[in-house]
Design a binder for this molecule. Structure first.
Ligand code: AMP
Ligand code: ZN
Length: 488
């Protein structure tokens, strides 16, 4: 089985050769935790969750690093006194690290809701200031960076003068770049407008600041990813991912920093996930064209006619390839819900099928499995994988109607494979089973409260709990082993 990955650097699908046989080092740019993640952000993280799950399922031992940007991300308005955190601090009247904590917690909650697996390492920018200062110093020492008025900039022209190629990832021509850039955040400090900050001097009002050889300041955004990916994955590692919009300048700058520091290209395979759109426009906080994950799940929004379970959203996202634009709409969500229900129904039916070893089946399990694995290994093609899963669904319904047969061995194999694809690789959740589990947990809490009421001779309350549950069709039965319940 050969895995092919589309490499944004070469713009080609390439056969994946990991640096260390059987192992994968993967770095994905994480969120800037100054506000709630929107559904667009979720799509990108979910795309890489599917890639991580697929790699693991294919047998690779993956070290998955996804950072938290909690410092040094300048605002779009180019105001040197503002990074996004400082601005939010003023708005919410909170300490910067309170902002960071608040939105990191929100980020984790949201990703957990969509059943994303946590990365193996989740480093923060503020936890790696020393490494960033060291890298900056190294770049000054080797002549790739210069200090100017307490800030340090990467010298893009010097980089190119040494035969390196700034623009190789975004396929931008450096002359064009120079012509099109306004010097927003350098304020005359830079040699060239395209030079980017490795370290920024902090103005007196800037509260997130650290000591450095160039005075008090804070790191530039691009540098943190170079510092953390190098520390945890090495100077060159296998896969680097992020949203399409990070190609330039963020990833371009990461390549330049890595090459200038270590003399080698930092990443073998660059992967970029495409955007989520709504009303055919990119979802984005700044334009107001966005929806928060909770608004979709709770139904409290003006865009969707009903609420949707997070696993339906996940299923909808995976029906588009990670490199394609996905437009989220009411119709797309309703269709996903319908498809998901049929898929779950098929899985349930599979448990009640009686095998038949006598008759020949018209469905070749081996061919079907090969097609599913071909989809995963063809640049993680989730929509094609899902299409194949629905071939199996069709077959399962034919089994139910006794129009098809399956041998005992194949039945076990089909069950195991389908479950693995649905739950491990696609990361879907069985809503019905989860709901039953939640109901059981809730009833155990009520039984415990009733026992406590009885112990303290509050029979009024204990009877109320019993009677109200009974009215809802839930009968409590007291026995020697304790209290159990029956759903009527
Ligand atoms: P940020 O916190 O702004 O750095 O964004 C976190 C991630 O979300 C980045 O990888 C972005 O590329 C990605 N992203 C932002 N907007 C969208 C969108 N509309 N669709 C998909 N990914 C997005
Ligand atoms: Zn990054």
């Amino acid at each position: 089985m050969q895995l092919k990955i589309y490499n944004s650097l070469t713009a080609e699908k390439e056969i994946f050769k990991p640096i260390l046989d059987g192992n994968v080092g993967m770095y994905v740019c994480g969120p800037t935790v100054y506000s709630n993640v929107h559904l667009g952000n979720v799509r990108t993280f979910l795309s890489f969750d599917f890639i991580y799950r697929s790699l693991t399922h294919l047998g690779y031992k993956v070290r998955y690093v996804r950072n938290i940007t909690d410092a040094g991300h300048l605002t779009d308005d180019g105001d040197v006194n503002n990074d996004r955190f400082v601005k939010q601090t003023r708005l919410e009247k909170l300490e910067p690290m309170e902002i960071v904590q608040k939105y990191t917690v929100d980020f984790h909650k949201v990703l957990d809701m969509f059943n994303l697996l946590p990365p193996n390492i989740e480093p923060t920018a503020t936890g790696h200031i020393v490494e960033q200062i060291e890298l900056t110093q190294k770049l000054i020492d080797t002549g790739f960076a210069y200090e100017s008025n307490g800030s340090v900039y990467f010298d893009v022209l010097e980089y190119n003068a040494r035969g390196l190629n700034y623009g190789e990832l975004s396929k931008r021509n450096i002359e064009e770049l120079f012509a099109n850039t306004r010097d927003l955040d350098g304020q005359g400090e830079k040699k060239n407008p395209q030079d980017f900050a490795l370290w920024k001097k902090a103005s007196p009002a800037h509260i997130m600041r650290w000591n450095s050889p160039w005075g008090e300041g804070f790191p530039g955004w691009h540098l943190e990813c170079t510092a953390m990916s190098t520390k945890y994955l090495g100077e060159t590692f296998d896969i680097h991912g992020g949203g399409m919009d990070l190609k330039f300048p963020h990833h371009e700058c990461e390549i330049a920093q890595g090459k200038a520091c270590n003399g080698t290209s930092p990443v073998n395979y660059w992967m970029h996930a495409n955007m989520l759109t709504m009303n055919s426009q990119r979802m984005s906080k700044s334009t107001g064209n966005y929806i928060l994950p909770m608004q979709l799940v709770s139904g409290e929004n003006d865009f969707f006619e009903k609420s949707f379970h997070p696993t339906i959203v996940r299923f909808c996202f995976l029906q588009a390839h990670y490199r394609s634009v996905l437009d989220i709409s009411n119709d797309a969500m309703l269709a996903s819900e319908k498809g998901f229900t049929r898929l779950m129904e098929a899985l349930k039916i599979l448990n009640s099928i009686t095998p038949n070893d006598e008759k020949q089946s018209g469905f070749s399990l081996e061919d079907w499995k090969t097609k599913c694995y071909d989809a995963i290994t063809d640049d993680f093609n989730s929509p094609v994988l899902i299409a194949h899963l629905f071939e199996a669904v069709k077959f399962i319904f034919a089994l139910k109607d006794e129009k098809e047969t399956i041998s005992a061995k194949d039945l076990e194999d089909l069950k195991a494979t389908l479950n693995a694809f649905v739950f491990d690789v696609l990361g879907l959740q069985n809503i019905e089973e989860n709901n039953n589990e939640k109901l059981d947990q809730t009833l155990q809490v009520l039984i415990e409260l009733r026992n406590q009421a009885r112990k303290s001779k509050n029979f009024d309350l204990s009877d109320q709990i019993r009677d109200k549950l009974l009215a809802e069709g839930i009968e409590l039965k007291d026995g020697r082993e304790g209290t159990t319940y029956v759903l009527n």
